[in-house]
Design a protein around this ligand. Sequence first.
Ligand SMILES: *[C@@H]1O[C@H](CO)[C@@H](O)[C@H](O)[C@H]1NC(C)=O
Ligand SMILES: *[C@@H]1O[C@H](CO)[C@@H](O)[C@H](O)[C@H]1NC(C)=O
Ligand SMILES: *[C@@H]1O[C@H](CO)[C@@H](O)[C@H](O)[C@H]1NC(C)=O
Ligand SMILES: *[C@@H]1O[C@H](CO)[C@@H](O)[C@H](O)[C@H]1NC(C)=O
Ligand SMILES: *[C@@H]1O[C@H](CO)[C@@H](O)[C@H](O)[C@H]1NC(C)=O
Ligand SMILES: *[C@@H]1O[C@H](CO)[C@@H](O)[C@H](O)[C@H]1NC(C)=O
Ligand SMILES: *[C@@H]1O[C@H](CO)[C@@H](O)[C@H](O)[C@H]1NC(C)=O
Ligand SMILES: *[C@@H]1O[C@H](CO)[C@@H](O)[C@H](O)[C@H]1NC(C)=O
Ligand SMILES: *[C@@H]1O[C@H](CO)[C@@H](O)[C@H](O)[C@H]1NC(C)=O
Ligand SMILES: *[C@@H]1O[C@H](CO)[C@@H](O)[C@H](O)[C@H]1NC(C)=O
Ligand SMILES: *[C@@H]1O[C@H](CO)[C@@H](O)[C@H](O)[C@H]1NC(C)=O
Ligand SMILES: *[C@@H]1O[C@H](CO)[C@@H](O)[C@H](O)[C@H]1NC(C)=O
Length: 824
Amino acid sequence: MLTRPIFTAVFFLSFTTQMNIQAFKVISTSSNTHQNITGAAILQKSADVCRDHILEQGQNFVQPDPLTAETLAVACHSPASASTLKSVITDISSSNAKVDGKHVFDAEYHFDDESFERARNLITQGVSDVKASLKQKNYEYARQRLGETLHTLQDFYSHSNWIELGNRSPYSTLIKPSLPLDNLADVNTPTCSSCDDDCTGNILETIITQKKLTSGYFSLLSPNKPKGKCSHGGLGDLTSLVTPKGGINKDGTTTAHGSLHFVAANVATAATRDLLQDIREAAGNVEFLRLMGIFQSSSVLCFVVDTSASMTEEIAEVKRITSFIIDSRRGTMDEPSAYVLVPFNDPGFGPVYKTTDPAEFKTEVNALSAGGGGADDPEMSLSGLWLALAAAPLASEIFLFTDAEPKDTEMKSTVLALIESTKSTVNFMLTNPLTNTTRSLSNPVNQVYEDLAVASGGLAIEVPKELLPNATSVINGTSISSLVTIFQAVRDPGTVQLFSFLVDSSVENLTLYITGNSTRFTITAPSGQSQSSGQSDGSLAVIQSVVNFHMVQVKNSSQAGVWNIYMNSTQPYTLKVTGKSSINFQFDFVEVYQVPHPGYTVFKSRPRSDGNVTLLLSMLGSGSEVPTIVLLVEPSGSGFHTGLLEDVGNGDYLVTVTTVPKGEFFVRVIGQTNSSSTSDYHSFQRQSSTRHRASSFGVTAVRNGTWFPGQLFSIAFTVATNSSYSNYTVTARNSGQYNMTFPSSLTTGSDGRANGVVELSTPGNATAGTEVILTIEVTQPETNDTNYAFLRLAVSRAVAPPAGLALSLWLSAGTLLIGLVINK
Ligand SMILES: *[C@@H]1O[C@H](CO)[C@@H](O)[C@H](O)[C@H]1NC(C)=O
Ligand SMILES: *[C@@H]1O[C@H](CO)[C@@H](O)[C@H](O)[C@H]1NC(C)=O
Ligand SMILES: *[C@@H]1O[C@H](CO)[C@@H](O)[C@H](O)[C@H]1NC(C)=O
Ligand SMILES: *[C@@H]1O[C@H](CO)[C@@H](O)[C@H](O)[C@H]1NC(C)=O
Ligand SMILES: *[C@@H]1O[C@H](CO)[C@@H](O)[C@H](O)[C@H]1NC(C)=O
Ligand SMILES: *[C@@H]1O[C@H](CO)[C@@H](O)[C@H](O)[C@H]1NC(C)=O
Ligand SMILES: *[C@@H]1O[C@H](CO)[C@@H](O)[C@H](O)[C@H]1NC(C)=O
Ligand SMILES: *[C@@H]1O[C@H](CO)[C@@H](O)[C@H](O)[C@H]1NC(C)=O
Ligand SMILES: *[C@@H]1O[C@H](CO)[C@@H](O)[C@H](O)[C@H]1NC(C)=O
Ligand SMILES: *[C@@H]1O[C@H](CO)[C@@H](O)[C@H](O)[C@H]1NC(C)=O
Ligand SMILES: *[C@@H]1O[C@H](CO)[C@@H](O)[C@H](O)[C@H]1NC(C)=O
Ligand SMILES: *[C@@H]1O[C@H](CO)[C@@H](O)[C@H](O)[C@H]1NC(C)=O
């Protein structure tokens, strides 16, 4: 909503226009934002939990000062988790900010319009959802719901008169559903008098003395509000223009009650900590720290395995590499933080097996056996991959093992949508090459796999079965923590070309992965030293070559500077340069809006090609990394589209690109570390692994309301384009395989918009907190242009009805028998 923002990361843009009556930027030193409050409370509560956990283990804990993601990670004896913690705070803050974009007109999301009961119900349901999804280890959904719930909780302190009533600590009833909301001003009770410039003291004396709780009314559309009621106030709030005029919000220092802004923000921070404490008590210290990304390596082991009859050798290799990785990583920072296994054959695929326990995972992998599969060769590989992409944490490295072509090629565009949304990388270990020689012919049936590998920045490795163990070292190399992509290029057809990339001093284990038939190359270090592909063990690197796959492990990767690789091949090839480093970036596409006030909403779909594309870029690292150039790079390497950077604080940047590549693109970030502690090389370069693309139309979908087992749940979606009366086809898929209805086609109206609804039904016994990924894909048949909306959903557990309240009151009155009778 309009102003919620102050507590919202929304005013961002350097808007100095008269439009913005609040006259502050959201991220500013003069006011607190939702993001500041959320970030501070998460760090403070996590420090408490970490201290208790560390002391319990008999280790030493030193309270970090100042408290930042980096200092806290060090204090927790887990410096490498600074990036995961920072990234979690960004995700939670983004879903907090999104509430303003998606629920501008829904008063209860902001405690406006005296909607206390409904707003408290949102908080109660939100906390219940976070706990249920934590129980199912669905951390991403838990973070999303946490961010949304915190938005509403924090808004209470800005939009109600709690602070004006003299309170300086949180209203704990808001997170205790069993307690009644007392002493609310009813709809007939006037609460405010008019004010013009100075609105301090506009709340009626009787309200203050009787300690009645009220909140401001707000509307962008109509000046109507019940008689005598306070308004929110500020730009666009039409209700504040009618008597009683003025407002009471404390969103910023210059708003109606801006003098109480910092007080309100402090209490909101304390309330946020209390809610986090409630979640910690339910989940336990270890799960709470996992939720926050502490002690988490970013390494995940995720296998999608063909279990049809011909796969005996491959399954044996999956078992071997699983044991090897689990055993060799135990207790190290590279120990995977999550394990996912999805089997498939034909017609079966799934179920998903997901755990954080390595021993359980080993048991599950060891239980795999080759046996299924229909009479024909193709298998349900893309369906299996789709489930894995939905279940794995964001930005995972996924490995799919098969010796057969996909039977379910209609799933390709859904899989692509999931690759783009999750930014996970998919590597294919294909054991169906046409020959078994080292000059193997690429099997044309693998084209779909090759396309998906390229789109995700992964590898499609084709080896005969007996050579699979020679290729699985790639799994060992990429399933490490803090893996970063430095450079990628794909040439199809191949070209003889020299590529240069910058390696900074933070990079260890510099590794180049090359796929291609008969590929010859020469690498040259900044020192001038070089080695060609023919030398398997040279002074610079160890080069392993297996059929179409080459892995170059640089021996001394502390050679910061510009590296070159000369690719001497006219056959198609892919080149990927990775390393281990704490410096990385994450980004989301965001929609920037000016009305009713400048702000942004993160969206999980392709950006529109007919306007500016904006990215919210977050730097991960020591806290001193500054991006200097952000580019959208076409895979051919020929087109660069430069973004305009705007620092919005907390290591976050808004990047605006005015012209978008026609086809696919990578995001490349070049930057500098400001750290002066070393004389090291200060520039760095990173690149997105995933390829992205824009679409000529947008698709948006909003999760609204609560989804209970046994009920229909409706999700409204909108297609928006510049052209009226154009036709689109629609496909929706959900990873829970629940029954679902949706329109199969849509036509835009004269305004270029078309609306549809997806209706999901679930069995009554569905488990609360089990995550379901929904993708709604929309295609324009003439151009074959596709866009999609990606949503995370989970069934909720019904929160105890108010009857429980009656019972507890009766019990406390000592009339147990009567209480029980009445409750019946
Ligand atoms: C809010 O966060 C921004 C960005 O880190 C910071 O500059 C500002 O000082 C913070 N505001 C307050 C009041 O803490
Ligand atoms: C959410 O649902 C409520 C109740 O059905 C409706 O009034 C509101 O407009 C919806 N909000 C959005 C953003 O769809
Ligand atoms: C591999 O190729 C060689 C010669 O090309 C052939 O003799 C041999 O039988 C093949 N092995 C398998 C397992 O296909
Ligand atoms: C691989 O390279 C060899 C020799 O350069 C060539 O004979 C063969 O046709 C190539 N295979 C493919 C799939 O291009
Ligand atoms: C594969 O690995 C085995 C065992 O390490 C080794 O003897 C063999 O030479 C390797 N083959 C190739 C083609 O790299
Ligand atoms: C596997 O990776 C670890 C580092 O995570 C490395 O120490 C080890 O040498 C690797 N093993 C193989 C066989 O590549
Ligand atoms: C990775 O780098 C570290 C430090 O440079 C080194 O100790 C380790 O052996 C390397 N691992 C591999 C697999 O090269
Ligand atoms: C490139 O490869 C060709 C053989 O395909 C070879 O004759 C030529 O010398 C190579 N060029 C360089 C610069 O290595
Ligand atoms: C696109 O971005 C440029 C540069 O920030 C800005 O001047 C222009 O107004 C933007 N255009 C639109 C349609 O938002
Ligand atoms: C859209 O579909 C309708 C009905 O099938 C058809 O009459 C109309 O011509 C189509 N519009 C366009 C722009 O193709
Ligand atoms: C899904 O639909 C099928 C066929 O309409 C029906 O038999 C089945 O009971 C439905 N399942 C659920 C969970 O609603
Ligand atoms: C729900 O019930 C169906 C059959 O009625 C059963 O197949 C399924 O396993 C149950 N699911 C859960 C999560 O209990």
